[in-house]
Ligand binder design. Structure first.
Ligand code: CA
Length: 395
């Protein structure tokens, strides 16, 4: 099964008044870079290359750097292609958009071999530990015309948090780090009050703090029974991570900005994390995520992949999550203490549902792992065309 064509689709969906903010940036639109690989067997595979920044450099690497390596080659060997792509770009790649490009191609290749063998990716990776996955709602961002307006934010957060409780989520994640810590703690207090005591609450600073501020915030967060504190400090500061982790009983999570096993193993060796969050579309696709999860388990770090993007990225995260062993094994598996949780981005994003013919949607906070071949999804190509603002093709 030879690779005959590689196509990328940059999808954009403007959010208008639904735009939202994290501590780092505003989200005026949702965007995704989808990858399709066609073969001489008539089968096609889909992937998504996560871009935390502009998608154009990622698309450029797919077409200008990697397509010449892949076109005409056998598709049924993603790990071989991964190693060649990584090794031939080591001198200028190894991180960032290069690995995002490799990730999108790797996911599409795994989707292809799943379709070739008529098996889901979880089966090709050794089997599913679970066929139903618990999700947590990632929401509770800064919204409205003035995202720094504390009073307006509190009203909006109470409504949003109550909605997640009614929808049956057992865990929700809130943003912190845009406002001064005292104001952010008021926001967390409002959310805790709205969701009650039984729902897990997670806090994500998107690396907004210095170590000493992060330690203070962690101590204050303990009052609200925060389960994990995500990206407290910048990802370069592993010593800062270690110090925050030593200062608190809250689990420390991070790694969505890290790439490959070479990047993650430094965090593990530094004892920087309780929970590692590699993103399948950014840290290296299925080939590399399986290795990162293996390395995490050797250091007794829980692996809960970061999931952000269209329905394709969500499907990839779901396939991977099915294959992650309980950590540790018990006779009574329970998320998130032993079982992994799937990140469910609850923010507005038409690309999450519309590009899939059967959208993946949580019911009572849970989603089913699909049985179908590859990623287990069917792409609605008319929806892809509707949102595509730039398209490139290599053949
Ligand atoms: Ca995050």
């Amino acid at each position: 099964m030879k690779i005959t064509r590689i196509e990328t689709f940059l999808l954009k969906a403007p959010l208008g008044e639904e735009r939202f903010w994290s501590s780092q940036a505003s989200f005026p639109e949702r965007k995704s870079l989808l990858v399709r690989i066609d073969t001489d067997a008539g089968l096609s595979g889909w992937g998504e290359a996560g871009q935390y920044g502009p998608a154009e450099p990622v698309a450029s690497q797919i077409h200008d750097v990697f397509a010449p390596m892949l076109l005409g080659e056998e598709a049924r060997q993603p790990a071989v292609h991964w190693d060649l792509m990584y090794s031939r770009t080591r001198d200028f790649g190894a991180k960032g958009s290069t690995i995002e490009a490799i990730s999108g191609l790797d996911i599409a290749l795994w989707d292809l071999i799943g379709r070739f063998h008529e098996a889901p990716i979880w089966e090709l990776l050794g089997g599913a530990f679970r066929r139903t996955v618990e999700t947590y709602a990632t929401g509770l961002y800064y919204r409205g015309p003035d995202p720094t307006d504390l009073a307006a934010g509190l009203t909006q957060l109470r409504e949003e948090a109550a909605r997640y409780r009614e929808e049956g989520f057992s865990a929700v994640k809130a943003k912190i780090g845009l406002l001064p810590p005292r104001d952010d703690l008021e926001r967390i207090a409002a959310i805790r009050e709205a969701i009650g005591d039984d729902i897990l609450l997670l806090a994500d600073a998107n690396h907004a703090y210095n170590t000493h501020v992060a330690c203070t915030v962690a101590r204050e967060l303990e009052r609200f029974r925060i389960y994990w504190f995500e990206e407290p400090v910048v990802p370069e500061d592993l010593e800062g991570y270690r110090r925050v982790r030593a200062s608190t009983t809250i689990a420390i999570a991070g790694g969505e900005c890290e790439h490959t096993r070479y990047g993650f193993v430094r965090w593990f060796a530094a004892h920087a994390l309780d929970i590692a969050q590699p993103d399948p579309t950014a840290a290296g696709g299925f080939t590399e995520l399986a290795r990162i999860c293996a390395a995490a388990s050797a250091f007794h770090v829980q692996c809960l992949p970061h999931v952000w993007g269209s329905g394709v990225a969500l499907a990839a995260g779901l396939q991977l999550l099915a294959t992650i062993p309980p950590a540790p094994y018990t006779a009574s598996p329970r998320a998130p203490y032993t079982e992994p949780l799937l990140e469910w981005d609850a923010n507005p994003n038409p690309l999450r549902t519309e590009v899939l013919e059967e959208p993946i949607v949580p019911r009572e906070g849970k989603v089913q792992v699909p049985d179908g071949p590859g990623l287990g999804i069917r792409i609605d190509e008319r929806a892809v065309a509707r949102y595509t603002v730039a398209q490139r093709c290599s053949e």
